[in-house]
Design a protein around this ligand. Sequence first.
Ligand SMILES: [Ca+2]
Ligand SMILES: [Ca+2]
Length: 237
Amino acid sequence: MNGLRKSLWNAMLILCMFSLFLTQSFANPLSTSVYLLLTGTVNKYGDDPAMGWLDVVAKDGGWAKTRVAFIIPRWWHIPEISPTGIHIYGFTLVNASTVSVQKSAAYIAGNWTGFHIFWNGTSIKSLAQAIKNIAWIKTNGNLSITDAYTVFTISLKGFEPITGTVVHTRIITTEDILEGDLNYDGKVDIRDIAQSAKAYGSLIGEIRYELQADFNFDFFVDIQDIARVCRNFGKSY
Ligand SMILES: [Ca+2]
Ligand SMILES: [Ca+2]
């Protein structure tokens, strides 16, 4: 661990301990609900092979946070279309109209915003530039998770179907869930901080980037994201 990373790590821990101290006495009893926490990998965009992630946190009959981001490295199979570039897509649910979490399937529908950028793949600087110039597109559609939580399809108006495989599912009945539990083990602790620290400073499209760690979905994992892990540090659900 170099000096800078070590100081950063210490700063995060101090911030987390402070958040813990501040929030100790604010327990808020609520009635219980069914929650779904799920991650998946994107395998296809239409007929094209794609690589990426799906991240879902949903409350049955209530709200949902759903994000998907993936790349299409077309040079694999159609070199004449884009010999050196990468297509990057991202979508986030902004307003859920239906959130249904059942025993073996889930369905989430509503309004989404999304983007499609083409990165020429030459440098991180050109990727940062492409992200800066993102034109957000409004759309609507749904995420359908089926077959006992093994596969998913996202159907959005104006786009090809996004399909993939579920990697991890947790369905719990509890009063409330906590933001910042990156590994979905029911507590926000040092492991979650470590996971977000690993992605710290990364940009969407880079190997280290982790969708779950990018809480505000601005395609960077920075101190604002780490602060949101810290907010619930030491708590469990
Ligand atoms: Ca955790
Ligand atoms: Ca972020």
